[in-house]
Design a protein around this ligand. Structure first.
Ligand code: AMP
Ligand code: MG
Length: 401
């Protein structure tokens, strides 16, 4: 048996040849959520475009502090402003531009009104309660990097610049295949002996959709050479990437390996991770191919650890590798393992710290362990863990974006 491949070596091999492969299109800002920026975005204007009031109150010359002055103007947000008349103040509202001549705002709570006059506080500092022109962004500032997956707050930021269209990479189109004669679709009636429902198809469809891919769902592929080759051929013609589940265990007389190598090339890896281990990487004609194990929780974890960074790279995204958080182990590991283990855990806050509690049954055949969890706790190869020790966890929500 070949030795197991460390995860980081597998990732390095996988990612070394992965580059953005998608054309660029321009989409309206309102439809840009979740798309990947194809170029750096710079500020084109100063925001705010002019000094404006941070408060409802009175705009004044700070040198007039302590005086009683009449109100010579009323300025609301959106009004065009003129110079502040000498020996007067302007009634002003939040967001309204500061009139020329004024250099401070006093809050309405801080003045007394005497007849038509405003009694100003004894001490007013220049610049108070004014949001300066360009305090948010200045023309020319780098706002967002190429490779950023656009979030709602990014859309707001781009809109503040008057940007109406953004260059984004096309969506990655992924052909999805579920291999296995035993598989039946939910909704196809009760199971006959030997059959199971196809869990991976909707799960992988969901994972791909969460990552912003378009999915070409090719359904169940029967375990025959012809069916497998036909599905792979169709996938390679119509997608940027092929993802299959099942039939990649090393040494197995399986059709995925033979069919992919007949139409392109394939490497079958045994990766030192648990759950997981078997993983296939290759190409069908010129379309890259990834094969995750059939076991649903292995398929899930392998997808997140290997397929996800690969997909990010093809999509042109940044932050390809996941960032782990530090947590405390609400468990112990007393026997060293030969594979890096990704325990399905639930995190909770106790005394200001994050604790990770494992799902009771960590068997790789138990999909409930994944569904019940919100993170993967990493147990390094050959390491023991004591309860309360610091460990690294990957939050699933952080990986599913
Ligand atoms: P394989 O990788 O094809 O050897 O499958 C490993 C295990 O996962 C077997 O028990 C399969 O029945 C099961 N399996 C394979 N594909 C799926 C699927 N799409 N949904 C649920 N279980 C599956
Ligand atoms: Mg199978």
């Amino acid at each position: 048996m070949r030795p197991l491949l460390p995860l980081k070596d597998a990732l390095q091999q996988l990612l070394s040849g992965a580059a953005p492969c998608l054309d660029v299109e321009h989409v309206p800002l309102g439809g840009a959520l979740g798309r990947v920026l194809a170029s750096d975005q710079h500020a084109v204007v100063d925001v705010p475009p002019a000094d404006n009031s941070a408060m409802d109150g009175y705009a004044l010359r700070s040198s007039d502090q302590g005086r009683q002055l009449p109100v010579s103007a009323r300025i609301a947000a959106g009004d065009v402003v003129h110079e502040l008349a000498l020996d007067s103040v302007a009634r002003i509202f939040t967001g309204a531009e500061i009139p020329q001549g004024a250099d401070a705002v006093v809050m309405q709570e801080d003045v007394h009104l005497t007849g038509d006059n405003v009694e100003l506080p004894e001490s007013v500092s220049a610049g108070q309660h004014i949001r300066g022109k360009g305090q948010d962004t200045r023309a020319g500032d780098l706002l967002l990097h190429r490779g950023r997956r656009i979030r709602p707050q990014d859309m707001g930021l781009l809109a503040s610049q008057g940007i109406a269209q953004v260059p984004v990479f096309n969506r990655l189109k992924v052909a999805l295949l579920s291999t296995g004669n035993e598989l039946r679709e939910p909704g196809s009636g009760p199971l006959s002996p030997g059959a199971i429902y196809n869990s991976n198809r909707p799960m992988l469809l969901g994972l791909l959709t969460a990552l912003g891919c378009d999915v070409l769902d090719l359904g169940i592929v029967r375990d025959t050479p012809d069916a497998t080759r036909e599905a792979l051929h169709q996938a390679s013609q119509n997608a940027d990437l092929i993802l299959s589940s099942g039939g990649v265990s090393v040494g197995e007389a399986d059709h995925v390996r033979d069919a992919v190598s007949a139409l392109g090339e394939i490497a079958l890896w045994r990766i030192a991770i648990k759950p997981g281990k078997p993983f296939a990487f290759g190409r069908v004609a010129s379309t890259p191919f990834l094969g995750v194990p059939g076991n649903p929780s292995s398929a899930f974890v392998t997808f997140l650890l290997l397929a996800r960074p690969y997909i990010y790279s093809l999509q042109g995204r940044d932050h390809v590798l996941p960032a782990a958080l530090t947590a405390r182990a609400d468990f112990s590991v007393s026997r060293p393992g030969s594979r890096q283990e990704f325990l399905r855990v639930t995190t909770s806050q106790k005394d200001g710290e994050i604790w990770a509690s494992p799902y009771a049954n960590q068997s790789s055949g138990v999909l409930s362990s994944v569904s019940a969890s919100d993170a993967l706790a990493i147990v390094p190869i050959d390491e023991l863990i004591e309860r309360g020790q610091s460990i690294q966890v990957l939050r699933l929500d952080d990986l599913l974006y």
